[in-house]
Structures are given as C-alpha cells and as structure tokens.
Design a protein around this ligand. Sequence first.
Ligand code: MLC
Ligand code: AMP
Length: 500
Amino acid sequence: MQELPLIARAQSHGHRIAVRAGDREYTYAELLDASAAVAAALLGAGKDLAEACIAFLAPGGFEYLAIQWGIWRAGGVVVPLSVSATKSELEHALGDSGASHVVVLRAHAEKLESLPGESDRQLLIFEDIALTANCLLPEIDPTRRAMILFTSGTTSTPKGVVTTHENIRAQIESLVEAWEWENSDCIPLFLPMHHIHGIINIACCALWAGATVECFPKFEAGRILGRVGAGAYTLFMAVPTIYVVLIDLLESQRYTGEVRERILSGFANMRLMVSGSAALPSTVHEKWTALTGQSLLERYGMTETGMNLSNPLHGERRPGAVGKPLPLVEVRRKSESGDLITVEGEPGEIQVRGPVVFREYWNRPEATSEAFDDGWFRTGDVAVLENGYYRIMGRMSIDIIKSGGYKLSALEIESVLLNHPAIRECAVVGVKDDTWSELVGVVAVLKDGASDLSIEDLRAWCKEWLSPYKVPRRLLVVDDLPRNAMGKVTKTVLADTFGR
Ligand code: MLC
Ligand code: AMP
C-alpha cells in the first residue's frame, strides 16, 4: 500500500528519536504505533474517514503528533484547535468546520464538554485510546484535503484555510531543500500548534527529515535557555517577539557569568536560526548578531501559501529584507491598478503561485475566488525588490494586525467590543510596538449615560470573549492613527467617529 510520504519516511527512521518532551523520548516507531491506534479508534468499523473534519485539542507534544498523524492515516482532515481559545472561538472552529469528532487530552476535555452542539460530536479522550490498537488503513490520494487552519482576515470571522496532502508535501520539501534539514538536526518547538509556523516549518519539516523535535507546551524561556546552554539544538525558529524577549533576558541580570556564556555559545553553535511570521526589525537582527554571532535568517510566508520568500542559507542575509522565492514558489508583484511590476524599486502586492498554495477557504467559494488573480494568490502584503531581494513594506489593509506573530482581524475584535454595554462605536487598529510588532489598540465612543470606561475594565471584560493576544492593550487618541503600506488611513469608521 502506498503511504502518505511523511508516514513512509517515518517508517525508514524507525528507532531514531522523533520527539523529546520533558524527560521522555519517543522514537519514530512509537509515533507510528500511537498514530495507527488513533486512526483505528477514529475508524471504528469504517474503512476511510473520507475527508471528514476531525478537530483536536492538545499542546505541542508526542500526543499532538500522534493525533495529527492518526487523523491523516485514517483519511480525515485535521482541524487543530488553539489551547488558549475562548469558548466562542472554539465554537466557531468546530461549527465552521463541521467536525464530526474531537480528539482531546483529558486535561483539556472540560473546555469542550460544555460547548453547544457537543452532543452531535463524538468526543474522544486520547488517554482512553488503547495505544496497541491497529487496523487496515486506507490509501490516501495526495490531492485530498489534509488540514484546516483558521486565519483572520478582512472579514469578522476567521476563515478555514484548506490545504491538501500535496500542498503540505510541497511546503515541507521547499523548506527541507532550502534550509538543508538533516536527520542529525534537533529543534525546540514552543510555538502554538494551530498555526503553520509550528506545524509545518518546525514539526513537519523535522519529522520529514528524521530529526528530533523537543516539545514545550508553550514558550518557557527559562527551560528553553537551559537546553540551549546544554547545546541541545542545531536549529531554532521563532517569531520576532521571541527574539526581543530573549535579548531582554540575556541583557538582564538574570543570566550572568558562566551560565550566560554557555547560553550564548549554545546559540552561536547552532547551524541556523530563523525569524518569521512578522517583520524582524533591523535593530533586532543586528543586536542578535552582536550578542550571539548568529545572523538570523528572515523569511516570509502565510497560512494560505506556506513559506514564499527567504534569505539564503548560504550567502548574504540582509537585515530588513526577506530574500528571494523559495523552491517550488513563484512570486510576482502587482500595482494597485493591477499592472504587473517589472522594475525593482516600485512597491506592489506580492502574489504567489505553485504547489504550496492552498486549495480553498472552507465553505467560502466566493472568498476563495476573490483571493486569486488569474491563478495567483493575492497575499495582501506589499513589497519592493531591492538589489534582488524582496523587502516587505506592510499590508494593504490596516484591518489586519500582527501581534506577537498572531494575525488578528480588527473587525473580529470590533464586533466583540460592540457587545460591551458601554460602547456605542469603536475602531480597532494595530499600534506599532518594539516587542509585539503591533499592539491591539482601540478607539471607543461610549453610549450616552455610560460611565467612563478604562482600558483595564475593558480588558477584564474581553478576556471571556477573546484569546489573550486579541485583548486590546491601548486606548488611542486620534493622532496615533496608523496608516497602511500605501500611506492611507483606510478605515472609514475612524472618519465617521472623529470626522473634523
Ligand atoms: C500576550 N501578551 C501580550 C500579547 N500576548 N501583550 C501584548 N500583545 C500581545 N499580543 C501579554 C499577556 O497579557 C501577559 O501580560 C504577557 O504578555 C505574557 O502573556 P503570555 O500569553 O504568557 O505570553 P507568552 O506565552 O510569552 O506569549 C508570547 C509569544 C506568543 C510571543 C511566545 O504570543 C507566541 O507563541 N506567538 C507566536 C504565534 C505564532 O506562532 N504565529 C505564527 C502564525 S503563522 P501580563 O501583564 O498578564 O503578564 C504565520 C505564517 C508565517 O504567521 O509566516 O509564519
Ligand atoms: P498568517 O496569516 O497568520 O499566516 O500570517 C501571514 C502574514 O504574516 C503575512 O501575510 C505577512 O503579513 C506576515 N509575515 C510573515 N512573515 C513576515 C516577515 N518576515 N515580514 C513581514 N511580515 C511577515
């Protein structure tokens, strides 16, 4: 039987260490066995899940990977849920995907049990699955759907981005080739596992190569730096916010003397350190080099397309730039009026084509067709070319905020804020910030008779409705309003509210 390539490759990696988590190590053979058991539990008496959507909730770790592979091997579509999602965000992901089953670690089951519609879904507790179970698994055609990741955009609810097995394979192969992944590599994984950065760039690439992923349930700087100091890793991938936090820590009094030296040489000895998911300020790039001797490799990508542009593994890594197209990726730029840009310095929208590009937005044919221009995916990001390297200038829409590497929809946050009893009108915008790239800022007009609302009150109220990173951090005054990459304040609601 022809297996999915990731699975077939894992069979050849057999007794190598696939995953390290806490003080435990798991081989590729153990991962294959556990995933076969998850597949058997999901299939029951059936033969093939036939692209049924299966949601799952687990932090990054052996269990997460066993569930993900199990769903794939049974013929299902994985829908990873965020461990920090609120009830309403979980409801949206489950309702929109129409997931028939949810696989969950016992420690997280409570979050799902009280959701409406739970009786229509089958809840499978991972720890209840007999990890020795097995059954005949279906053959999966590579053109079938494999994964749905929810992404925020210029609509108020997140859209499901559907990738096929073929797309995922291309996204992995592109990075494995460009960054020369080897089975001797070892990488820490601490990014959230409902986004492409952690899922594809780190976990899937590592497991494709026969390397080892060391999993942390979240970014735990102290433990991770301890392992860096022990020389545990050859590779490191993170969002810019994390490099800023690490610089602050390494420049603080918390790490001194020999401990600090060991950590710095742990970083210096890695073969590659990558930054992405948001712009890496040149100052951070330069500080990191001064501190560790490592020149960060910055790359650019998107949930819909995988990674597109990258500074080179060998050659000049230019601060502030994102390099050239990766293997299997074609890139072009279009002007605001729709003309193809052929000269270097002129800014234009990045458009992407190739096997890495997703198949569709789940159940949103109109949004899917609007996202393409003659077969090219419209990223909504604006770039220039400078001496052969792309430089990202920003996004076309200021309704999209990038904070801590998370893409947030201003409209989604506004629609939640409008349910606040004291708010009549509001506008949410990204405010430039050295640590978080952007902070969520809000301008609110209160209802007549409502008492003053402080940002602290508003934040406390929001915590029930929004993930921690979507909760507003700033109240703004009009002069702070940001502009999009073309220099325009496009948000008409701001004009309505503050028209002078
Ligand atoms: C949290 N805090 C924030 C915040 N998020 N403050 C401002 N803006 C935000 N966005 C605050 C909290 O309220 C808290 O404050 C303090 O920071 C610590 O919170 P935390 O949740 O414990 O933070 P931490 O775990 O340290 O998270 C920071 C992070 C995390 C950077 C590690 O945000 C993260 O993992 N980001 C990565 C997201 C990612 O993988 N994106 C890739 C998407 S894919 P207080 O006051 O309570 O202490 C993609 C495509 C591509 O983009 O190209 O890769
Ligand atoms: P997401 O939709 O969460 O996958 O986020 C993708 C978006 O992140 C892109 O459209 C860009 O706006 C942004 N992004 C990713 N990498 C970079 C980078 N290196 N520089 C600037 N923006 C980036």
